[in-house]
Write a protein that binds this ligand. Sequence first.
Ligand SMILES: Cc1cc2nc3c(=O)[nH]c(=O)nc-3n(C[C@H](O)[C@H](O)[C@H](O)COP(=O)(O)OP(=O)(O)OC[C@H]3O[C@@H](n4cnc5c(N)ncnc54)[C@H](O)[C@@H]3O)c2cc1C
Length: 477
Amino acid sequence: MRFAVVGGGIAGLSAAWELTAATGGRAAVTVYEPGHLGGKLLTSDFLGRPVDEGPDAMLTRVPEGLALCAELGMDDELEAVRANRALLFTGGKLRPLPEGLVLGAPAKVLPLARSGILSAGGVGRAALDVVLPRSKQARSDRASDTSVYSLVATRLGPEVAERLVEPLLGSIHAGSTRQLSAAATAPQLLAAAQANRSLIAGLRATTRARPPSGPASPLFVAPRRGMQALADRLVERLTDLGTSFAPVMVSSLHRDQRSVVIEPHGEHFDGAVMALPAPVAFSLLGPVLEQGAAPPLAAMKFVSVAVVTLGFETAAVDGPVSQGDLSGVLVAPGSGLMMTACSLGSNKWPHWAGPGTAVLRVSVGRAGEQSWAALDDEDLVERLCGELETVLGRRPAGLTAPLAWRVSRWPASMAQYEVGHLEKVASAKAVLARDVPMVSLAGASYSGVGVPACIGSGRRGAKELLAAAEALGLPAS
Ligand SMILES: Cc1cc2nc3c(=O)[nH]c(=O)nc-3n(C[C@H](O)[C@H](O)[C@H](O)COP(=O)(O)OP(=O)(O)OC[C@H]3O[C@@H](n4cnc5c(N)ncnc54)[C@H](O)[C@@H]3O)c2cc1C
């Protein structure tokens, strides 16, 4: 069997791994990747440390990340995150996030009231959830999706939706909760609302059922050499197993009898995993789709973001940095700031820490807030250093002159799972099953944007191909 994997991000590399591992290396696999193998998994030197330019962590609750690391023999290369406590910048002040939040929605009222994040009226409105009758919306959500904002505001009021859920979920998706699908981006909230009259009661049950995170079972992990080490190890092992890597931008895909033909070089394969953003996948697949059959996912939206890495003398940031358990600050939209979050990288990761200097990563870019993209790198750094003084407080040592800085721009990088996303994914898969069953889909456009979810999606895409190959009676080698 000959398979192509189009796109060499973590989803594509995981698909290639599944295709070779599941066939004992008997399938011939070619990965097409014109850019960086690993895609968004990119680590580079910063102040002599391996600092990530894209993702810096894997959530352990989604098991596919840890499982792959174990298969690759990387268990002992993983570091547990050291800091888990975040602050929220809202209303011009830094406030601790109340305990018991699930994606920003509270499982407890008292810590919420004490946090000072909501007005007294906002706390009262949130508490009403406990006595209000079951909302019609939560009932109908079983059949149809709704926005995260609508789900939360209906039960807990607009302040919880705007001041807590928006910054927390927004920092994961760089999206607006008014558009994001509850079913696709906050299934825990949707399930809690559907199973209980009160959302707070439902979330309390969810948090009780969760094992606590701690040093023995950390919430996030990352390889000590940075996230790219995972992609590098995959490439190394895949090369040993005979996988080919073609540094080629695929221009289209068509069919020739039972073969899938990848252009521009006209190479024939028994099947292909399309591990790239949905609009690109469906534009490449144009020639094999029935006239006008491109599914709604082909028009999916993506938001551009950037990560600005800053190195400071520890004295310049000693207030926040000396709180060793502090992982960073989320910035609520409407604060008048460009930055959406600031991660205290050297607090989080031992491999980013060094004597006398601290590493911070400041994020910009969310749906509807793209003014940062017009600034050149120097102006962006200057602006964000000024904003850091606003957020962290003006310091004697100053924050306007970092020892080192780096801007990593990620255009059209954050997939927006808008209301109805899961139905669109189902319809995209149905179109492929009808028009070109030997092609499967993988990556951050479909069933989760996190690295472990993309690993899972790549492996599922590969399994779907192998099952289709078996159904067609293709020989195993
Ligand atoms: C700044 C940032 C921070 C993030 N932080 C985290 C985090 O801490 N934790 C986490 O879990 N997730 C995080 N994410 C999300 C996560 O990194 C991504 O969702 C995930 O890496 C996407 O993997 P992928 O393989 O689907 O896509 P990509 O990595 O985008 O790979 C797709 C590949 O397809 C290739 N390609 C495109 N067109 C073609 C073509 N025509 N032919 C051949 N190849 C093509 C591209 O070159 C690219 O390499 C972050 C994302 C960003 C942008």
